[in-house]
Structures are given as C-alpha cells and as structure tokens.
Design a binder for this molecule. Structure first.
Ligand SMILES: [Zn+2]
Length: 458
C-alpha cells in the first residue's frame, strides 16, 4: 500500500450495498492502521520542524513506534500550540508540510477563543476529505439521487465545505443553500417546499429553528420529505431527547457527526443509519479516548477526551490533537457490522464547559436533555450561574409552549432538572419564542461568578 493513499474517484458501490468498502469497515483494521500511522509519522517528521522538535524533546521518533500502543508515548498537541506556531511562522505555522503555493484551499476558525487558526489544505487532501465523507455519508444512507440541502455558513467554516465535498463525491445532488444572512431561513423554507430536499445538514439548533420558521409559514416540516438529517457543530444530535424531537419534527432520521475542523475529514466521528452513537472511522483518523490529564487511552466503557491522529493528511497533519471534548467509548458492536469503536452517547460536553454548582458537576447537555423530554417545553433555554450571598445560584430561564399551564410545567421541570443534575435550580418561565434563536452554535450558559469575584457586580 502506498502512502498517501490515492483513491479511484470513479468508484462507487452499488446503491443497495450498505458499505462503501465492506472489507475495510467490517474487517480487522489493526495492520492497515499501523502501516498508515508509520507513514504519517515519518512524513511529519521529515517535513515539519514543529513535529521534529516536539518529538525530539519527548524522546520519540517514527522509529520508536512499533505498535499502535506506542502512539500513546507521543506528546499530545494542544490547539494553543497551533496558534503559537502560526504566530511565530505565519500564516500556516511550521506544521504545514507542503509548499504554501500548493495550498488549494484556505479555511479557518472564527477565533472566538483567541487568535484564529488558519487551515491550509492541499488539493490531494481535499480529494481525500471528499472520499472519506462520501464513504461516511453512504453509511448513514445517502445515495446518488438524494438532494442534500446544506444550511450552514459558506465562509471560512469547514463544516459546510466538507459536507459539500462528500456529497459531490458520492454523486448526490448538492443544494448548498447556506445560512447566516438576514431573512435567509424563511427563504430556505420556501426553497425546501419547492425543491423537496431528501437530506439536510446544519447544526441541530438551526434545524429546530428552521422547523419553527416552516410552521409559521403554515408548512408542516414533515411535508418537506426529508429522510435524513445529519449534523455537526453542536452535541444536540447525540442527545436522546433532542434527537427524538428532530426525528418527530421532520419525520426523518437524525445522524450525529463531527470531530474538529483541524481534523478534517471531520465526519470520521460519524454515525451510521442505526444511530447507535458515532463510529470512530479509525482507518482515516485514528482516535483514542484519553484521560484528560495523562492523555493515556482509557479502557472501553470509560469516559475521557478524544485525541485524534490523521492517517492520510499531507498538508497540516494533526498528530494526537487534544479535542477537549468529553465522550465515552465502547467496542461493543453496532448492528451495522462495522468494527469501529463508537461513542454511544456522542460528544456530550467539553472538559471545560462542565460547571460546578454547590459541589455538583453539571453539563449543559444534561439540562438540555431533561428539558427537551418534557411535553410543553417551548424549545429554548438559558442557564445563568451567579453567586448570591456567597452561595452559587443556578437560574434556568426556560420557555414553555403556548398551550401549557405554566405552573404545571414549572413543577415538572423543577423535578426533572433536580433529578437529572442533582441541584435544585431556580426557574424563570418565559413564553415560547422569547429567547433568541441561533443560526449557528448555541451558547446557552452564562457564568457570572467570575464577575462577582472581581467585584464588578453588586
Ligand atoms: Zn453502525
């Protein structure tokens, strides 16, 4: 096998085949992963002063990797190292392993958590991203002839473009509608009514906003005929009650996907049509769920943070990139027959978005899960944490639906939340539609305690 792999761009399985490549997806991948990993490490070592310095300092080199287990001896890579390397060696950093002139696409992060990161993707890498995404979209049931509506930003954001590359490679019809322009959602609903997409991609909260907009137009989202909805950018599609809501709203299946933009092909965390949690497509990106302090892999069944390693990336390969996400992994088989491990509960938070209130560890996704399971939930909520007289105060501002009795809803919401998170929250009920909807990733938690501690708040 040569590296980097070259795929036959004209290949496509027969449409009733559940697998893009059965031997790889259902076989023992250990040997092929190890071969690819050795080649990927050797490549990065030869092409990138960044990796060579980092690994020399840690006493490892491609020569010291003999088995897959040896990968855990390699130091992890944190996002701030990427930003620092790009600041010192702009614009792509010393981990760009191709000539800048060979960069075929420039993408980036929004930079909401610091200096934006610049992605330089080579043309061959882009082809492989399309290939990988086609294979994974195939597993969730998309076929040539499907009409796939993409409702996320066409900007520097990788999500939309990566989805587009996969849809095109698979041979389905791409309908790159976009998002983020004033009035666009209403237009999107009208286009969807007329164009009848059979598949839909966005963030989970945007899909629900899209459905609300459709209903206001007198259009039942189920009448649009969408069979498959796939998502990235937020954990929602992996939260059972959110998934149920999306599936009941649209009458199609809800597929959870997504690792990190840096890790494109980002669909290598991706569910199959059985929706048993995201498979880790290990022969494309090798993923280990690790202890968030030692970064050693945790056993199957345990929780940690996914650490990702590219296996076929030549432009900006990521070797042991720490996601900071939180997930549990398992090697229990999925009914689809694929041998990849899975994240059965998806990615349900960030290592650092957990907050502690009165000694309890609380995840925003747990609050969302509890609320979405209550009939009469109005669809949106906010969590506001503050400190009142030296005590943590947890306020959940929550919408109730028009037809429900607010007092009855409040009672059940308080009980369910307390059972789920172990803390009794204060509730503030607001009518459905009061809280702003997002076209992108929802930010639902406001922690005011730092302000209080700095004395800027009464
Ligand atoms: Zn499966």
């Amino acid at each position: 096998m040569s590296w980097p792999p070259q795929y036959d761009g004209s290949y496509r399985p027969s449409r009733d085949d559940p697998y893009w490549s059965r031997e790889i997806e259902c076989g023992d991948q250990t040997d092929s992963i190890l071969r690819k990993l050795k080649s990927q490490l050797k490549y990065a070592w030869e092409k990138s002063p960044f990796y060579r310095r980092k690994w020399e300092a840690a006493g490892v080199s491609p020569e010291t990797l003999r088995t897959l287990d040896d990968l855990a001896r390699f130091p992890v890579l944190q996002k701030n190292e990427l930003r620092a390397s790009q600041a010192a060696s702009p614009p792509f950093g010393e981990y760009l392993c191709i000539e800048p002139a060979q960069v075929a696409r420039i993408h980036g992060t929004s930079g909401t958590t610091g200096r934006p990161t610049v992605f330089g993707v080579g043309a061959d890498d882009w082809k492989r991203i399309g290939e990988a995404h086609a294979r994974i979209l195939w597993a969730c049931g998309i076929r040539p002839g499907d009409r796939v509506m993409i409702c996320s930003f066409f900007s520097l954001y990788m999500g939309s473009w990566g989805a587009l590359a996969g849809i095109e490679r698979l041979g389905a019809t791409a309908f790159p509608f976009g998002a983020g322009v004033a009035g666009q959602t209403l237009m999107g609903v009208q286009w969807a009514r007329d164009l009848k997409p059979t598949a839909f991609y966005s963030t989970p909260s945007y899909a629900l906003h899209f459905a609300d907009t459709a209903r206001k137009e007198g259009i039942d989202p189920r009448s649009l005929g969408i069979r498959i909805l796939f998502f990235s950018g937020e954990p929602g599609a992996g939260i059972p009650s959110t998934r149920k809501q999306i599936e009941e709203t649209f009458g199609g299946i809800c597929i959870d996907m997504g690792s990190m933009a840096e890790m494109s092909p980002w669909m290598t965390n991706g569910e199959c049509s059985h929706r048993t949690g995201m498979h880790l497509w290990q022969d494309i990106v090798y993923t280990q769920v690790c202890d968030p302090k030692t970064f050693q892999p945790v056993p199957f069944g345990a929780e940690g943070t996914p650490v990702y390693t590219h296996l076929e990336r030549t432009s900006q390969p990521m070797i042991r990139l720490v996601s900071g996400d939180r997930a549990m992994w398992t090697d229990e088989r999925c009914p689809c027959g694929r041998t990849y491990p899975r994240l059965p509960k998806g990615i349900y938070g960030r290592i650092d978005d957990m907050f502690i209130v009165r000694g309890e560890n609380i995840y925003p996704s747990a609050i969302e899960e509890a609320l979405r399971a209550i009939p009469g939930f109005g669809g949106e909520f906010r969590v506001i944490i503050s400190r009142l007289q030296a005590m943590d105060d947890l306020l959940v501002r929550v919408e109730y639906a028009k037809q429900v009795d607010p007092a009855a809803f409040e009672k059940i919401a308080r009980e369910r939340l307390q059972a789920k998170i172990g803390v009794r929250p204060r509730l503030e009920l607001v009518p459905e539609g009061s809280l702003p909807r997002t076209e992108f990733k929802a930010r639902r938690v406001i922690d005011d305690r730092d302000l209080y501690q700095k004395g800027t708040k009464p």
